[in-house]
Design a protein around this ligand. Structure first.
Ligand SMILES: [Zn+2]
Length: 292
C-alpha cells in the first residue's frame, strides 16, 4: 500500500508564525496534504526547556543544537515573561493551512503545561484545556477539529476517558505499530506514530543531517501504514531543505503521503488494543506506547 500518514505538530509561537507557512509551501510543491495539530494558547515552551535543564537534557540540547533548532527567542520564551497567546497573533497562519486543504487537529491549549503536568492536572483542568483550545480553533477555521494529539505523547487511561467527552473521530496519542481501538467505552480509533522524530534520532548512532533521510526512509514499511510526525519548528525551519528532499525521495519510491484522517477512514474496524506509559529512546521521561 506504500503510504505515509503525515502529522505536523505545531508547538510554539515561532513554529506557527514561520514553520507553518513554510511547510504549506513545501507540501504544495509536492501536491501533498497532511494533518496539522495546532497549539493555540500561551507559548510557554521556554519554561518547558529550562525546567528540563539536567544532564540528559543538556546533552540532548547539544546533540540537536536546540538553540539553533528552536531559536533563542523560543528557548527563552515564557521564562522571564508570560508567553504570548498563539491564536491571538497568528490566526492567519492557522487559517491558511486549513484553506490550503490540510486537515486541522487540536494539539494543545498550553502545550508546556499539558506536557509537563498531565499527571497532576485535575479532570476539570484537562477538560478546560480542550474546551478553550477547541473553541479557539473553531473561531479561527470555522469548525471544531475532529481529531486531537496530546502533547509529548503523554497519554493516560484517564486522559483517554476524558477525551471521549469530546466529539473526536480519531486521535493520535501514542507511539506504536498499527491503528487500534482502545478498550475504553466510547474511545475512538487511535493512530499511533510509527516512525521516530528528528530530535529523537539525529545525533545518535551515527545519524546526522547528511544521512537522516536515508535512516528515515530505511524505516518505512510497504506492508503497513507508516505514520510520521514532523514539527513546524524543525522541518518547517532548520530542517526544511532536508524535509523537501525527503518528500521528493519517498514520492519517487512510490509512497503516497496522506493526512491521518484519510487513513482513519480505512481503519474504522481496527482491532482492540491498548497503550501504556513507557520510557522511550531519545525522549525525557515517559511516553505512551502501544502494547504488543
Ligand atoms: Zn507537541
Amino acid at each position: 500500500m506504500k503510504e505515509i500518514a503525515l502529522r505536523i505538530d505545531v508547538d510554539t509561537y515561532r513554529g506557527t508564525r514561520d514553520g507553518v507557512p513554510r511547510l504549506c509551501e513545501t507540501l504544495a510543491k509536492y501536491g501533498v496534504k497532511g494533518t496539522f495539530y495546532f497549539s493555540v494558547g500561551p507559548d510557554n515552551m521556554g519554561r518547558h526547556l529550562w525546567r528540563l535543564l539536567k544532564p540528559a537534557f543538556l546533552w540532548k540540547m547539544l546533540r540537536t543544537n536546540a538553540a539553533g533548532l528552536y531559536g533563542l527567542d523560543i528557548v527563552l520564551m515564557g521564562t522571564a515573561w508570560p508567553g504570548p497567546r498563539i491564536s491571538k497573533h497568528l490566526a492567519a497562519q492557522i487559517r491558511a493551512a486549513a484553506e490550503a486543504g490540510h486537515e486541522v487537529g487540536f494539539h494543545a491549549w498550553d502545550h508546556h503545561r499539558t506536557q509537563a503536568k498531565i499527571d497532576t492536572m485535575s479532570d476539570e483542568e484537562i477538560r478546560e484545556e480542550f474546551r478553550r483550545g477547541l473553541a479557539e480553533l473553531e473561531r479561527i477555521v470555522g469548525f471544531a477539529p475532529r481529531t486531537s494529539a496530546t502533547p509529548g505523547w503523554r497519554t493516560t487511561e484517564r486522559l483517554l476517558r476524558i477525551k471521549t467527552e469530546f466529539p473526536f473521530d480519531y486521535n493520535s496519542d501514542c507511539r506504536g505499530y498499527a491503528p487500534f481501538r482502545p478498550e475504553i467505552p466510547g474511545a475512538p480509533l487511535q493512530i499511533p506514530v510509527t516512525l521516530p522524530t528528528y530530535d529523537e534520532i539525529c545525533g545518535r548512532d551515527g545519524v546526522n543531517d547528511a544521512n537522516y533521510n536515508d535512516r528515515q526512509i530505511a524505516l518505512l514499511r510497504e506492508d503497513k501504514l507508516n505514520v510520521l510526525t514532523i514539527h513546524a519548528e524543525a522541518e518547517g525551519g532548520k530542517c526544511a531543505a532536508m524535509f523537501d528532499g525527503y518528500l521528493d525521495r519517498v514520492q519517487k519510491l512510490g509512497y503516497q503521503v496522506i493526512p491521518l484522517g484519510e487513513a482513519a477512514k480505512r481503519y474504522a474496524d481496527a482491532s482492540k488494543g491498548s497503550c501504556s506509559p513507557q520510557p522511550f529512546p531519545g525522549r525525557e521521561g515517559w511516553l505512551s506506547v502501544q502494547d504488543k
